[in-house]
Design a protein around this ligand. Structure first.
Ligand code: GCU
Length: 660
C-alpha cells in the first residue's frame, strides 16, 4: 500500500528566503543519526528549493554547519540554532540534538518563519515523549481508525520504508519512545520476548535508534506461564522470579538498547499480581528487578479497576479505582518503574476531571497517558482537535503544596515527580494512505509530539505549524483550517454526552449514541438518569471521590454551587431544573448545546467547502466525506439525547424546537 508524507511534504518555498544557505552543509560527525539528518536536509531542500544540499568537507562561506558542543543547558536532546557570518549553525551535545535541530530548521523554513536574526535554543521540557500503539500481531488495531497495522502483517513484524517514514515523523516532532504492540498482549505477541521475533525486532531497534526513538514492548504478565510453562505468575515466587531474570537476560543479549516494557496488569481480563493476593508494586518491582541490570524500564499502567462490577451496587465507583490501588503504594515502586496514569479517572472521555493521583504521588515516577486515537471523541471521522483539551490538563493546578504545582510542572519533573518524566499517547495511526484516516486527525499526532516537547506552545501555534506544513500556502487555508481545528473539541462536546457525564456511547464500538447502553452493564460507567434528575453523586454523601483532591479543588467539586458546569454531572446528581452557573437549567442546557452542536457541524462543512479550490482534490474530498458522516452523527446524538431527556423529564424546550 502506498502512503503519503503527512507534515513532511516539504512544499516548494521558492523565492522566500536566501536559498544560498541550503546549498552546502558541513559537519565532522559520522554515524547513522547524522546520515539521517543529512538525508532529511537533502530531501527537504530538493523538494523546497528544487536542488539538493551537498555535504562539503570544509566550512562553507554560506551554508549549514552541524556541530557538537558541550553546553549543560542543552542537556541530552536540546539544540541551538544560530545564524551568523553566512552560516546557519546547529549545535547540540548529542547527534540526536543535531537531528532535532535540523527538523526545527526545516519546520521554520516550511512555515516561513523569518530566518533573519535566527537564534534560538530549544530543549524538551519532558524526558519521555512516547506513543503507545495498540496494534495486534494479526495486523488489526484495537481502537484503530485508519486502517490496519503497518508494524505487523501475517503475524510478522514489518520493517520497511514506511517504518522509516514513521520514525521520521516521530523524530520531526521530538517523540523519543514508542510501544508498537497492544497493551492487551495476546496470541503470538507474547512471544516477542523469544527467539521467534528477535531478528526482526533487532532491525526495528536499529532503525529507531538512528532516529533517537527507544523501542518498548507491551508485555504479557503471565508469559512465565504461557511461555515458560510455570504453574503461577506470583511475583514473590522464586521460580517466577528466576524465570523472568533468565528471560530478561536473553532479551537484552539480543536487544541491548530496548527501552523496556509496558504492562497492563489486573485490568479488563489481563493477568496480574492480584490473582496471587499481591499488590501492584509486587508485580511491577519483580519485573523491574529483572530488567534493572540492563537499564531497562518497566512502565506499569494504573488503569486497574473491577470491570465485572454489579450495576446495582452503588458503593463501587470505578473512578476511584486507580487512586485506591496506587495511592497507598506511593514510595513502594523501584526507581526503574514508571507508573502510567490515564489523564482522567474514567477512560478518555471528551471531558473528565484530571486523575487525582496527580499531585498525590510524591515518591513514585509517573507519566500521563492521553489518547489521540479518538476512541470516544469521534473515531477520526468526526473532527476533534484534542490539543486544547491536553493544554487544559497540563495547565491544571493540583494544589499539592509545592510552588510549581500544575500537572505540566509534574511531568517536567519540577514537582512531585522529581526525576522529570513525561507523557504518552495512545496513537492514532494505521496503514491508510494518509496515516490517520481523516487528514485533519493528523493534527493530533503532530500536536501531541509538539506539546510533549514543549508544554508552553499554544494550541493555535501548533495548529498553524501543522497546517503550513500540510496544506498549500494560502492565508485563507491557514485561517479556515485553524478555526476548524480550534472549534472542534468544543463542538464535539456539545452534541455528545452532556456536562461531564461521559459515555452514553454504543457499547463496545464507542461511536454514536446509546444512552443506556452501558447503564445496566458491568463496566462501571453510569449516568443514573431517572425522571427527576441525572448525574453521579461523587460527594461525601455519594462515593466520596471529590475528596480525593487537595483543597480547594475537593471543596469546589464537593459543592454543587461551585462545581464547574462542564463537570457537574460527573460529581453531582441534580434535578433537570437545577440552575447552572451559566444561568441555564440543566435540561435547557442539554437542549441548547445539542442543537448548537449540529449547527456548528453544518457551519464547519460550509467553512470546509470554501476551501474546495484551494486544496488538492484528494485531501479535500477525503475530509469532506468525513464531515458529512460527522453531521449524521451529530444529528443522531442530538436527536436521541434530546428526545431521551425530554421524555425522562417531561420539560419542554423553552425555544420550542422539534424534539420527539
Ligand atoms: C479502553 C479501551 C480498550 C483498552 C483500554 C485500555 O477501555 O476501550 O480497548 O484496552 O481502554 O486502556 O487498556
Amino acid at each position: 500500500m502506498s502512503w503519503e508524507q503527512a507534515w513532511l511534504k516539504y512544499q516548494a518555498v521558492k523565492g522566500y528566503l536566501d536559498e544560498a544557505y541550503f546549498k552546502e552543509v558541513y559537519t565532522l560527525e559520522e554515524g547513522k543519526i547524522i546520515e539521517n539528518a543529512l538525508a532529511e536536509l537533502r530531501l527537504a531542500t530538493n523538494k523546497m528549493f528544487g536542488a539538493a544540499i551537498e555535504r562539503v568537507n570544509h566550512l562553507p562561506t554560506k551554508g549549514i554547519h552541524l556541530s557538537l558542543v558541550s553546553k549543560e543547558c542543552l542537556a541530552k536532546e536540546g539544540f541551538q540554532l544560530e545564524e551568523k557570518n553566512g552560516l546557519i549553525a546547529i549545535m547540540a551535545n548529542t547527534q540526536i540534538g543535531l537531528l532535532y535541530g535540523v527538523y526545527e530548521l526545516l519546520r521554520r523554513v516550511a512555515c516561513k518563519n523569518k530566518m533573519a536574526l535566527l537564534s534560538l535554543t530549544r530543549v524538551p521540557d519532558k524526558e519521555l515523549r512516547m506513543l503507545n500503539h495498540w496494534d495486534n500481531i494479526d495486523g488489526s488495531i484495537e481502537r484503530g481508525y485508519s486502517g490496519d497495522s503497518f508494524f505487523f502483517e501475517n503475524k510478522q513484524i514489518v520493517v520497511n520504508e514506511r517504518t522509516r517514514d514513521y520514525a521520521r515523523l516521530l523524530a520531526s516532532v521530538g517523540i523519543n519512545a514508542t510501544v508498537i504492540n497492544n497493551v492487551n498482549v495476546k496470541q503470538e505477541a507474547t512471544e516477542f520476548i523469544t527467539n521467534t521475533y528477535f531478528e526482526s525486532l533487532k532491525k526495528l531497534v536499529e532503525l529507531f535508534d538512528s532516529y533517537g526513538i527507544k523501542l518498548f514492548l507491551s508485555l504479557n504478565y503471565a508469559a512465565c506461564m504461557e511461555l515458560g510453562g510455570l504453574k503461577s505468575a506470583d511475583p514473590l515466587d522464586e521460580t517466577v522470579i528466576a524465570w523472568w531474570h533468565e528471560r530478561m537476560k536473553l532479551v537484552y543479549q539480543e536487544l541491548p538498547t530496548l527501552g523496556g516494557f509496558l504492562v497492563k496488569a489486573d485490568s479488563e481480563g489481563r493477568p496480574g499480581p492480584f490473582t496471587y493476593g499481591r499488590n501492584q508494586a509486587d508485580g511491577a518491582n519483580m519485573l523491574a528487578k529483572a530488567i534493572a541490570p540492563y537499564n531497562g524500564i518497566i512502565i506499569w499502567r494504573c488503569f486497574v479497576y473491577n470491570c465485572q462490577q454489579d450495576w446495582r451496587d452503588r458503593t463501587i465507583d470505578r473512578a476511584r479505582a486507580a487512586y485506591d490501588y496506587f495511592y497507598e503504594l506511593d514510595g513502594a515502586f523501584l526507581d526503574n518503574v514508571i507508573l502510567q496514569i490515564k489523564n482522567g479517572p474514567l477512560d478518555f472521555q471528551v471531558r473528565e476531571p484530571f486523575m487525582p493521583l496527580f499531585g498525590k504521588l510524591k515518591k513514585t515516577n509517573h507519566i500521563m497517558e492521553v489518547q489521540i486515537a479518538q476512541e470516544y471523541t469521534g473515531q477520526q471521522i468526526d473532527l476533534c482537535y484534542l490539543i486544547p483539551w491536553f493544554k487544559e490538563l497540563l495547565d491544571s493546578r493540583t494544589y499539592c503544596g509545592e510552588e510549581n504545582d500544575t500537572i505540566k510542572d509534574l511531568l517536567k519533573g519540577k514537582c512531585c515527580n522529581h526525576f522529570g518524566r513525561g507523557i504518552a499517547a495512545v496513537a492514532n495511526t494505521g496503514n491508510s494512505e494518509n496515516w490517520t484516516g481523516n487528514d485533519l486527525a493528523a493534527a493530533n499526532f503532530y500536536g501531541f509530539g509538539r506539546l510533549a516537547w514543549d508544554s508552553e506552545l499554544t494550541s493555535e501555534e501548533i495548529a498553524k505549524e501543522w497546517i503550513c506544513q500540510t496544506f498549500p500556502d494560502e492565508e485563507e487555508v491557514l485561517d479556515t483550517v485553524s478555526r476548524l481545528l480550534l472549534m472542534s473539541w468544543n463542538t464535539y462536546e456539545k452534541y455528545t454526552a452532556p456536562l461531564g457525564i461521559g459515555f452514553m456511547v454504543t457499547p463496545h464500538y464507542h461511536y454514536g449514541p446509546n444512552i443506556d447502553g452501558y447503564e445496566y452493564s458491568r463496566w462501571g460507567t453510569y449516568h443514573r438518569a431517572d425522571h427527576f434528575g441525572i448525574g453521579v453523586d461523587r460527594t461525601k454523601k455519594g462515593t466520596g471521590y471529590a475528596s480525593l483532591y487537595y483543597p480547594p479543588l475537593s471543596q469546589m467539586y464537593e459543592n454543587v454551587d461551585t462545581c464547574p458546569d462542564e463537570l457537574l454531572l460527573f460529581f453531582h446528581h441534580v434535578s433537570y431544573n437545577h440552575i447552572l452557573q451559566n444561568k441555564n437549567t440543566v435540561i435547557q442546557h442539554i437542549y441548547d448545546t445539542h442543537f448548537e452542536g449540529v449547527k456548528d457541524v453544518e457551519r464547519m462543512i460550509q467553512m470546509w467547502k470554501g476551501l474546495e479550490h484551494k486544496l488538492p482534490s484528494k485531501e479535500f474530498h477525503r475530509v469532506e466525506a468525513c464531515f458529512h458522516k460527522q453531521l449524521d452523527n451529530a444529528k443522531e446524538w442530538c436527536d436521541q439525547i434530546n428526545s431521551y431527556f425530554y421524555r425522562k423529564s417531561a420539560i419542554n424546550d423553552k425555544r420550542g424546537r422539534k424534539i420527539y
